[in-house]
Design a protein around this ligand. Structure first.
Ligand code: PLP
Length: 389
């Protein structure tokens, strides 16, 4: 089949490929510790599962409004307003099957050849992939360990040109878990207003934060009308497989994104949306317990990694990833990740899976049991010792 040229510019998410390779090794009898996939290992809280089952039993089995159920849009707006201090109403919210379609739709709706979009690198691979898909220029904003894996605002300013239309930020970030400070967010907002940029703020890890409070750029002066907040239920409520996310944006723009919903998936599963209402309005104890467990695991990982010669690791303030520097092993990210998987039985992602500025790093998701994390640390130590000779 002769594909459109845009298809040749579309990238992918390596995590799923590594998972397939790891499963193939397991099928041949190899024991593999999975640190590649970015999803909580916890089950969805019981009350949410029950709300989903109850919705199906009571007839929530039909199409729903493409922008989302009014009750859920309302619940999302009030959640954002109380957690971030925004002033959204249901009209600002579009519900989607996962948070990812918000990135897909927003980039598709805004960019065309001649435009430039700045995105974090290393960063979630779909940003770069989708910018390239539209034919716009993808301009990486390097996320550096020397800046504690937060976007460097001075460097960002130098990347803005008259063609820059969109800026993507992600805090807490994937893959580095870097967190932007309130002061950084303020300065980024000033740049966005000054240069008339639209900001896609990916806040999917906003509830998984260990120090300080999450600050949304949407709350900064002049930003509500130029910000799209992406968030969802996958990470906070361990609901990756349900596919439920949303965007909060200016009302006119929400109408445009709704057109993309109508032209693609029609609507998000209504039973899943009913479960989403329970997630936001029901007890939050499971979320707190999950974050506490992640924090304990983070400590195990950071301490364990820093004790391995040739490896060093910053202490992340959010999300559930560590991004250790493995350059002291003498191996490239890809070589080290491949040997970890094939010889030592640890599925990890090369930092370069998240962009060229990820060279010298690995991304390890610690959404796994403490026992497995300790096993992985022993294996990483063996791999590092072997690499260093
Ligand atoms: N944004 C970031 C930074 C992510 O890491 C992910 C998932 O890994 C998503 C968005 C999308 O999540 P979902 O589509 O499951 O809501």
């Amino acid at each position: 089949m002769k594909l459109s040229s845009a298809m040749s510019r579309l990238g992918t998410e390596t995590a799923f490929e590594v998972l397939v390779r790891a499963r193939a090794l397991e099928a041949r009898g190899k024991d593999v510790v999975h640190l590649e996939i970015g999803e909580p290992d916890f089950d969805t809280p019981r009350n949410i599962i029950e709300a989903g089952c109850e919705a199906l039993q009571s007839g929530w089995t039909h199409y729903g409004p493409s922008a989302g159920l009014p009750d859920l849009r309302e619940a999302i707006a009030s959640y954002l307003n109380r957690s971030r201090g925004t002033s959204y109403s249901a009209d600002n919210i579009i519900v989607t099957p996962g948070g990812k379609p918000i990135m897909f739709f927003v980039i598709l709706a805004l960019l065309e050849p001649g435009d430039e979009a700045i995105y974090p690198n290393p960063g979630f691979p779909i940003y770069e992939s989708m910018i390239n898909f539209t034919g716009a220029k993808a301009v990486p904003s390097p996320i550096r360990e020397s800046n504690e894996f937060a976007l460097d605002v001075d460097e960002l300013e130098g990347l803005i040109t008259p063609n820059t239309k969109l800026l993507i930020i992600n805090s807490p970030g994937n893959p580095t878990s870097g967190v932007l400070t309130g002061a950084d967010i303020e300065r980024i907002a000033e740049l966005a207003v000054k240069h008339d940029l639209i900001v896609l703020s990916d806040e999917i890890y906003s509830e998984i934060i260990y120090e300080g409070e999450h600050v949304s750029i949407a709350t900064m002066p002049g930003m509500a009308e130029r910000t799209i907040v992406l968030d969802g239920f996958s990470k906070t409520y361990a609901m990756t497989g349900w596919r439920l996310g949303y965007g909060a944006m200016p009302v006119d723009f929400a109408g445009q994104i709704n057109k993309l919903m109508v032209n693609s998936v029609s609507c998000t599963s209504v039973a899943v949306q009913r479960a989403g209402i329970e997630a936001l309005e029901g007890p939050q104890d499971d979320v707190r317990a999950m974050v506490a467990a992640f924090r304990a695991r983070r400590d195990i990982m950071v301490e364990g990694l820093n004790a391995i010669p040739g490896v060093s690791c910053l202490n992340p303030k959010g999300a559930f990833y560590v991004f250790p520097n493995i350059s002291g092993t003498g191996k490239s990210s890809r070589e080290f990740a491949d040997s970890l998987l094939e010889e030592h039985g640890v599925a990890a992602l090369a930092g370069t899976s998240f962009g060229k500025h990820g060279e010298g790093y690995l991304r390890l998701s610690y959404a796994n049991s403490e026992e497995n994390l300790r096993k992985a640390l022993d294996r990483i130590r063996c791999a590092a010792e072997q690499a260093r000779g």
